[in-house]
Design a protein around this ligand. Structure first.
Ligand SMILES: Nc1nc2c(ncn2[C@@H]2O[C@H](COP(=O)(O)OP(=O)(O)OP(=O)(O)O)[C@@H](O)[C@H]2O)c(=O)[nH]1
Length: 300
């Protein structure tokens, strides 16, 4: 590995419907490569990873930025702001075919407060705008705030996605890859869902059981007759009965809590309501059994 390999986290913000999800998917491609993560990595839901020989760009989800009308809205906002300070670069998305409005200005103001994180303005949906419109939008953005870069793209045609990745990567710190490469999966969602459950289960007990929890997602299927609800059946494995007791907690309270937190993260990731059936079993000494390890999704 070369010494100037870069790796880090990016997130995309912007009004609803400006093309954030489409852009993230276009950058990452259809397949998501995730295997075991190294412990220092983010707690946020991972949308995908751009793997290149020279860099690893990890794109995380941000909860929506809203104009706060309620206290809850304000709390949500501070959550968003804390996410923004945890990433290495922020992509601020504005569509090429709509004039900059109040909503965009509100978000730009918020981003201005996140001094430490560089912001790249991304003009999305350029295939829907004329050259003049795109030029106007670039100018309007340059007058709106101080951006590290301004990049016009189209997720639809793929125009300029490579240069956008270059620019985002240029803002990442020098670092070896944070996630193991290799192992492409056809079931990225299933793998991601397993990661989210494991993260939720580890929260608060990381010191006691750092590497002793594995998660297998057995099945993910839409509830019959409903298109807005996904049933997920997952299994957590620990190595010993004493660890099972820790994860379950007093009267099952902790396990319920893990389920609720994981479910919320999964819903945010998949954009659908989720029913999560989460079981826990003891798989004796799974860490020492290579076959079990592979089955549980560990490739180290
Ligand atoms: N023509 C065109 N349409 C696009 C492009 N990017 C996104 N869209 C469309 O714009 C709409 C909104 O895109 P999303 O990616 O869902 O937008 P979003 O910002 O993630 O929306 P929220 O999840 O509501 O925040 C969808 O209908 C996309 O198909 C693009 O580059 N060109």
């Amino acid at each position: 590995m070369t010494s100037n390999h870069r790796a880090g986290f990016a997130c995309f913000v912007g009004r609803p419907n400006v093309g954030k999800s489409t852009l993230m998917n276009a950058l990452v491609g259809t397949k998501v490569a995730i295997t075991s993560s190294k412990p220092q990595t983010t707690r946020r839901a991972i949308r995908g990873i751009v793997h290149r020989p020279d860099a690893q760009l990890i794109i995380v989800d941000t909860p929506g930025l809203h104009r706060p009308r309620t206290l809850l809205g304000e709390r949500l906002d501070s959550l968003v702001l804390s996410t923004l300070t945890e990433v290495d670069v922020i992509g601020f998305c504005v569509p090429a075919n709509e004039k900059i409005g109040k909503g965009d200005r509100f978000i730009a103001d918020k981003l201005g407060a996140v001094k430490k994180t560089p912001v790249v303005a991304v003009v999305t949906k350029c295939d829907l705008a004329s050259k003049e419109q795109i030029a106007e939008q670039l100018l309007a953005l340059s007058q709106l705030a101080e951006f590290a870069h301004i990049v016009p793209v189209s997720s639809e045609s793929g125009d300029n996605l490579g240069p956008l990745a270059d620019v985002l990567i240029s803002e990442l710190p020098e670092s070896p890859p944070l996630y193991e490469g290799g192992q492409l999966t056809d079931e990225p969602e299933q793998v991601l869902v397993g990661e989210l459950i494991r993260e939720a289960a580890l929260e608060g007990v990381r010191d006691e059981l750092p590497h002793s929890i594995a998660v297998v997602v057995d099945e993910m299927l839409p509830r019959e007759g409903r298109d807005d609800l996904l049933d997920i059946y997952a299994h957590m494995f620990v190595e010993r009965p004493s660890q099972k007791a820790i994860v379950i907690g007093h009267k099952g309270e902790r396990l319920r809590d893990v389920g609720t937190r994981a479910r919320k993260q999964i819903e945010a990731l998949l954009g659908t309501r989720v029913y999560l059936d989460l079981r826990i079993s003891v798989a004796k000494d799974w860490q020492r059994d290579p076959k079990q390890l592979r089955r549980l999704g560990f490739y180290d």
